[in-house]
Design a protein around this ligand. Structure first.
Ligand SMILES: *[C@@H]1O[C@H](CO)[C@@H](O)[C@H](O)[C@H]1NC(C)=O
Ligand SMILES: *[C@@H]1O[C@H](CO)[C@@H](O)[C@H](O)[C@H]1NC(C)=O
Length: 443
């Protein structure tokens, strides 16, 4: 157990091993991957599950039940409240949209009471507002909530989704045999493909296999899915977010290299703006999801979200890190006494040097901010031309720093500081280049 009195001061000393680890980032992903032209950056949107679950009580709770009314309302808010402009484009239905049994020809039927206009009409509604439409099904006999799954009807379901102009299909894994997934998930992917309609394919293949003690074949998963869940469903608590952070950190050697344009690890939804996370913790979830190149799927009531949480979800600088075109998933590069440092290589690249997003996370709860001091070199930022460094939550511009420069950040308990360091193309000079000063002093 670690005891201390007063605020801890961490002078972070990172050894050469870390710099070597960073070298792993530059491994180019040579494995052949799903090529349906979709999800070249991690998908962004709104998904009903974490916040609205399987509330089917439209008599008692008409505002919050899973219904066309809820999805239309959220569609409107994604547009009117600026989320669409920030990059959120998918409106995704999750479980509990179906009737309990299929129609006379075996077709899926949306719940007649809660979706009286039908799914095609909802899809049209979403498209008419410039967004994309996602739907949920299950690889097994039933969805997780007990509605009809695809077994025996996969051709029909894939065709129906295409007829409804669906843009994104999440295929869950309840009521199925994980051993069948190596064949079944690719098969449904081929069915989606053969409809001719491009649909993002979200798989739950690895997580169910891991639960069953099977080591997932990520080489195959990358080839057939645009994104996939590796770990537990997120719940509305900091403990849940921490367990996910730990899973992705502890298993990063197996997981991180699988991410890239068109194929992403999915640590599950953003729960920012709900009941379980403080402001600091919400900032931490958003920053780390960006480092992880994670899909950004909000699951929150956009009618009642407080402005400070909305601002986190619309932080353009952090979204830009998440959506970085190189698509390299970041890693945890330091972990000691509750302080973690996570780092993600991003564009631009100069010569052999990447730019980076770096997140300092304080997992401690001893009530006072922790200082973290580290040189850029210790973080693996070694370009002699230097880096332009800025804070992505606070309005702080550090200017251009050399690898020897020691930066010091104060990280709040369960909070984060996230920086962006853009490698400079020219040998750095002390002050950032400012054309006004330049021309003034040049005379
Ligand atoms: C799905 O249902 C069929 C028919 O009842 C049954 O034979 C099969 O074992 C079930 N599959 C799974 C994975 O539960
Ligand atoms: C189907 O797969 C082929 C081969 O990977 C790909 O070129 C094409 O874009 C895919 N089409 C759709 C609709 O996903």
């Amino acid at each position: 157990m670690f005891h201390n009195s007063g605020p801890p001061k961490f002078s972070v000393i990172l050894v050469g091993i870390l710099v070597a680890l960073i070298g792993l980032f530059s491994l180019v992903n040579q494995i052949s991957a799903l090529d349906n032209g979709l999800a070249r950056t991690p998908p962004m949107g709104w998904l009903s599950w974490e916040r609205f679950r399987c509330n089917t009580d439209c008599d008692g709770d008409p505002e919050n039940c899973i219904s066309e009314r809820l999805f239309r309302t959220m569609t409107d808010l994604v547009v009117s409240e600026g989320y669409a402009q920030a990059g959120y484009s998918y409106i995704n239905v999750d479980d509990c949209w179906l009737e309990k049994s299929r129609g006379p020809q075996g077709q899926l039927v949306a719940d007649r009471k809660r979706f009286p206009s039908g799914m095609k009409a909802l899809s049209d509604y979403v498209h008419a507002r410039g967004l994309k439409f996602g739907i949920y099904q299950d690889f097994g006999n039933y969805t997780c909530a007990g509605y009809p799954g695809i077994i025996g009807y996969s051709h029909l379901d894939a065709r129906l989704f295409a007829d409804w102009n669906v843009d994104y299909v999440k295929l869950d894994g309840c009521y199925s045999l994980p051993i069948d997934m190596d064949i079944g998930y690719p098969e449904f992917g081929r069915l989606l493909n053969s409809t001719g309609r491009p649909m993002v394919y979200s798989c739950s293949w690895p997580v169910y296999q891991i639960y069953a003690g099977i080591t997932p074949n990520y080489a195959s998963i990358i080839q057939h899915c645009n994104l996939w869940r590796n770990f537990d469903d997120i719940q509305d608590s900091w403990a849940s977010v921490e367990s996910i952070i730990d899973y992705y950190g502890n298993n990063q050697d197996a997981i991180a290299p699988n991410a890239g344009p068109g194929h992403w690890n999915d640590p599950d939804m953003l729960i920012i703006g709900n009941y379980g996370l403080s402001y600091e913790q919400s900032k931490t979830q958003f920053a780390l999801w960006a480092i992880l190149a994670a899909p950004l799927l909000m699951s929150v009531d956009l009618r009642t979200i407080r402005p400070e949480y909305k601002a986190i979800l619309q932080n353009r600088k952090i979204i830009a890190v998440d959506q970085d075109p190189l698509g390299i998933q970041g890693r945890r590069i330091y972990k000691h006494k509750g302080i973690e440092i996570w780092s993600r290589p991003i564009a631009p690249i100069y010569q052999t040097y990447y730019s980076y997003a770096v997140a300092f996370v304080n997992r401690r709860s001893d009530g006072t901010p922790s200082d973290v001091a580290v040189t850029l070199r210790e973080l693996g930022l070694t370009s002699p031309t230097g880096y332009r460094v800025e804070d992505l939550y606070e309005d702080v511009d550090y200017g251009v720093l050399s690898p020897q420069t020691k930066i010091k950040v104060k990280v709040n308990p369960s909070g984060v500081v996230i920086l962006r360091a853009d490698v400079q193309p020219e040998r750095f000079s002390r002050a950032p280049f400012n054309p006004l000063t330049y021309f003034r002093t040049k005379k």
